[in-house]
Design a protein around this ligand. Structure first.
Ligand code: GLU
Length: 465
């Protein structure tokens, strides 16, 4: 079998969203699983809506996700000659025709069809025009080009789409529309350039959402008449929002750029996405190469799958917990008081297990700066314990020469009569500024003799005020 070649073929008319990420990821995984190539092709034939800034953003987002492509980036607009040549062939074979129907006319036709209980397809008004009529009207009237699929229905050859998940899907030509392939401004719709480029770029497997299934039928028809072999298609079930409806802002329709700005680890998006609709990928954290290894396209669900932001953020937390302190420290730094690299790394090691997101580090500012106490609850716990409690605790601390949490807290308990929560919470509040967090033995070891004393003194000053 020839080497697998897949592609991601975005139209650069907007930022990369979750739905695109899924298609890109699945195509990447498929190529890597089979030792093949993954190409990136910008389908930029719609000059009016395509923007250079989106091309740059999509490239950056793919690289951020780790979905690098093989070879040069391809641009559909650079191959206009291929597409025009294909169009000439179709015209010469009588497989495409000019349609002069106005938007108004088409709307009326559609309404009429629906009112008669028929599918809202093109009524076929221009299908029967003679070549002379075409030529004459084309000189003065705007027109689009349509594929003459209904005419072909007379010849009886239906279309079969070979789908990796669904097997052979048969489309009856008389059920299909005569789709527009060239707009009235002369630009191509996606159908023809996409299919012709797949053929000429050597794409062996095209992975796409099943909302494209009918388009695929048109494209298989096109490729056959142009003398090309179609790729193998894989139509995966669509990605829906958490409520089962189309993805919306509320149910998780984020651009990759937004997620990056929110501080998400790219791997978290990849991990959550790779498992959607794919039952046999183990739940352990793994890299893209291991995901590719475990990926089995034939197990992909043809039913729609629901996106869950929570699942993605759970992966984020897992990854955060597995990140070594030295790597984590610079991510936490913007959320903590200033400190040198060594101290930041030590704090990162201390609190990593208590964070779900990097920004939560801001709760632990007191570990670095003894005068920070942002939590109202911690302040109140301190006030409730009272001045005498902290004075006693400080004196006992000063009598010691070690930084032994167990021995010190036992001594504080004996001296103050406080036990359990009444003992531990005020000490935690005083030393860390938060009522939850790393184990106190590690906190005390991290702060050291002076650090603990400074924080007890600060708490004393606060509760005395
Ligand atoms: N440019 C098309 C899109 O963005 C490509 C579809 C495909 O073949 O994957 O929908």
């Amino acid at each position: 079998m020839s080497k697998v070649v897949t592609r991601f073929a975005p139209s650069p008319t907007g930022l990369l969203h979750l739905g695109n990420v899924r298609t890109a990821l699945l195509s990447w995984l498929y190529a890597h699983k089979h030792g093949g190539r993954f190409l990136l092709r910008f389908e930029d034939t719609d000059a009016e809506r395509s923007e250079a800034e989106y091309i740059a953003a999509i490239r950056q987002d793919l690289l951020w996700l780790g979905l690098g492509w093989d070879g040069e980036v391809l641009f559909q607009s650079a191959h206009a000659d291929r597409h025009r040549e294909a169009m000439r062939k179709l015209d010469a074979k009588g497989l495409a025709y000019r349609c002069f129907c106005s938007e108004n006319q088409l709307n009326l036709d559609r309404k009429l069809a629906v009112s008669r209980g028929l599918p809202p397809r093109y009524a076929g008004r221009c299908r029967q025009l003679s070549r002379d009529e075409f030529e004459a009207r084309a000189a003065s009237e705007p027109f689009v080009w349509r594929l003459a699929i209904h005419d072909a229905a007379a010849s009886g050859a239906d279309v079969v789409v070979h789908d990796l998940l669904r097997g052979d899907v048969q489309f009856l030509l008389h059920d299909l529309d005569d789709p527009v392939v060239v707009r009235s401004d002369g630009s191509f719709t996606f159908l023809l350039p996409n299919a012709v480029d797949d053929a000429l770029d050597g794409i062996t497997h095209a992975l796409r959402g099943d909302d494209h299934l009918t388009n695929t039928a048109y494209q298989v028809w096109l490729l056959k008449h142009l003398g090309f072999a179609p790729p193998v298609y894989l139509h995966h079930g669509l990605l829906l929002g958490s409520d089962g409806a189309k993805l919306s802002k509320r149910t998780g329709s984020h651009s990759v750029a937004q997620l990056r700005a929110a501080g998400l680890f790219p791997e978290a998006l990849v991990q959550a996405m790779a498992r959607l609709g794919h039952p046999n990928i183990p739940e352990e954290l793994s890299g893209l190469d291991e995901l590719a290894e475990a990926f089995d396209a034939s197990r992909l669900s043809t039913s729609p799958v629901r996106w869950q932001d929570d699942a993605m953020w759970r992966w984020h937390t897992k990854i955060l917990h597995a990140t070594p302190p030295a790597t984590l420290a610079p991510l936490l730094a913007p959320h903590l008081p200033p400190a040198d690299a060594e101290r930041l790394e030590a704090v990162a090691g201390l609190i990593a297990g208590n964070l779900e997101r990097a920004e939560q580090a801001m709760e632990f500012g007191r570990l670095i700066d003894a005068t920070v106490l942002d939590s109202v609850e911690s302040y109140e716990v301190g006030r409730e314990a009272g001045w005498d409690f902290f004075d006693g605790a400080l004196k006992l601390w000063q009598q010691r020469s070690d930084a032994d949490w167990k021995a010190w807290s036992a001594a504080v308990s004996t001296a103050t009569g406080c036990k359990g929560k009444a003992l531990f919470l005020p000490l935690r509040a005083a030393l860390t500024g938060v009522l939850h967090g790393p184990d106190m033995g590690s906190v005390v070891a991290f702060l050291g003799r002076e650090g603990v004393a400074e924080r007890l003194e600060d708490m004393l000053a606060r509760v005395a005020a």
